[in-house]
Write a protein that binds this ligand. Structure first.
Ligand SMILES: [Fe+2]
Ligand SMILES: [Fe+2]
Length: 392
């Protein structure tokens, strides 16, 4: 049976020791995969607690690229006090072929009697106890044997535990002290950009603020295109979190990718003045709006980030050597929730959460089949993008 390790916590913020523990549980064979469960509303942490969406996003960033680790919204989306027993029931219903083991510290082991419906909890999951250096081993082992006598599965993991605490990290951030070696670099950047935990905050938005962009987009786009844009923004953000890309850049590129879509072809060509255009492109609104969009994003919306501009530029054709951000926007555009159903949509949608290249290869192949079925030819840039995958 599949053994799933559960890491609960407020992850306020998630730090390197959390991920280290999950890695140890996996490499030690204690679990086949680990699911992080950021909690929605932990008691006693009011003032210093980052928002639930922020804690969720930081957790996604910290595990992005880690094999066999994922983040669940199960607890973060729940209102009111959250009990482990409810979470376990839901997880069992969702994954009936899995066994669960909760990763806990020795301190938590001693607190188990305070858990709601603990008698039920011990029938729904086992416990993997991770000891902190210098912790009272005897006391924990005694507690473990008492719980075992009541039918609980309790194992100990002999992994060196890194001595890092979120409380300490928050204090250091507040006091302007370095947190190197404590936080994932992507998480640290996320915190500083948003000014969490008393940091300065460097508004990560390049160019206009989001509200201003939205106001302008709403005027420039028709209602359907505007809804589509918001769908791409959110899908791109989620994909960025999953694949270790900057979620703010992805969101901004998603928001602006179709900013020129509702112009006339003449307006598009005019907006793209100075950019070399091939004859096919100049005749096609479907292709031209991407190049025009890049120029409008730069000149009207004040975006100067080349990564964001590139993602807008290449979202219709793709090209050889696409960046991770470009792939994310290309795909998010195809799968965002308000997309009208087309053949292959569900397949692409599923692939997008598995791997960018897998999804890109399939998406480009579908484009080829689509244009061929219409008696047309693929744009040379799209062909070049596809050929990269075919030659692997
Ligand atoms: Fe587009
Ligand atoms: Fe689009």
């Amino acid at each position: 049976m599949r053994q799933i390790g559960l890491m609960g916590g407020s992850f306020n913020p998630i730090h390197l020791a959390h991920v280290h523990l999950a890695r140890e549980a996996l490499s030690g064979g204690y679990a086949d995969e680990v699911i992080f469960l950021p909690t929605g509303n932990p008691p006693h942490k009011g003032a210093e607690l980052a928002g639930r969406q922020e804690r969720y996003e930081m957790t996604c960033l910290a595990v992005a690229g880690e094999a066999r680790m994922s983040v669940s919204r199960e607890e973060i989306d729940r209102e009111g006090v959250i009990y482990t027993v409810d979470t376990l029931r839901t997880l069992h219903a969702r994954m009936p072929d899995a066994q669960f083991v909760y990763l806990i510290g020795a301190d938590t082991l001693l607190l188990l009697p305070t858990w709601r419906s603990i008698e039920t909890v011990i029938t729904l999951c086992g416990f993997l106890v991770c000891m902190r250096p210098g912790e009272d081993d005897a006391k924990a082992r005694e507690a473990a044997s008492l719980w075992r006598a009541r039918g609980a599965q309790v194992a100990f993991m002999n992994a060196a535990r890194m001595d890092i605490s979120s409380t300490d990290i928050r204090r250091r951030l507040r006091e302007g002290l370095p947190v190197k070696g404590m936080l994932d670099a992507r998480v640290e950047r996320y915190i500083r950009e948003r000014g969490l935990y008393g940091t300065q905050g460097t508004d990560g938005t390049v160019g206009m603020k989001r509200e201003k962009i939205m106001y302008k987009l709403k005027k420039e786009l028709d209602a359907q295109r505007y809804t589509h844009t918001l769908g791409v923004e959110e899908t791109a953000r989620q994909m960025a979190l999953l694949f270790g890309e900057d979620p703010q850049k992805a969101a901004l590129a998603g928001l602006l990718h179709d900013c020129a879509k509702c112009m006339t072809l003449t307006q598009m060509v005019k907006a793209a003045k100075g950019v070399p255009l091939d004859p096919v492109m100049k005749e096609s609104k479907a292709l031209m709006h991407a190049v025009a969009g890049m120029c409008v994003a730069k000149n009207v919306y004040g975006v100067d980030d080349p990564d964001v501009l590139g993602a807008i530029r290449w979202h219709t054709t793709g090209h050889a050597g696409m960046t991770r951000l470009e792939k994310i926007i290309y795909l998010a555009d195809m799968i965002e929730p308000s997309r009208k159903p087309y053949p292959g949509l569900e397949e692409i949608r599923a692939l997008c959460w598995k791997g960018l290249d897998l999804a890109m290869h399939t998406a480009l192949t579908m484009s080829l089949e689509h244009v061929v079925s219409q008696g047309k030819t693929l744009h040379p840039d799209t062909l070049a993008a596809l050929q990269e995958y075919e030659h692997e």
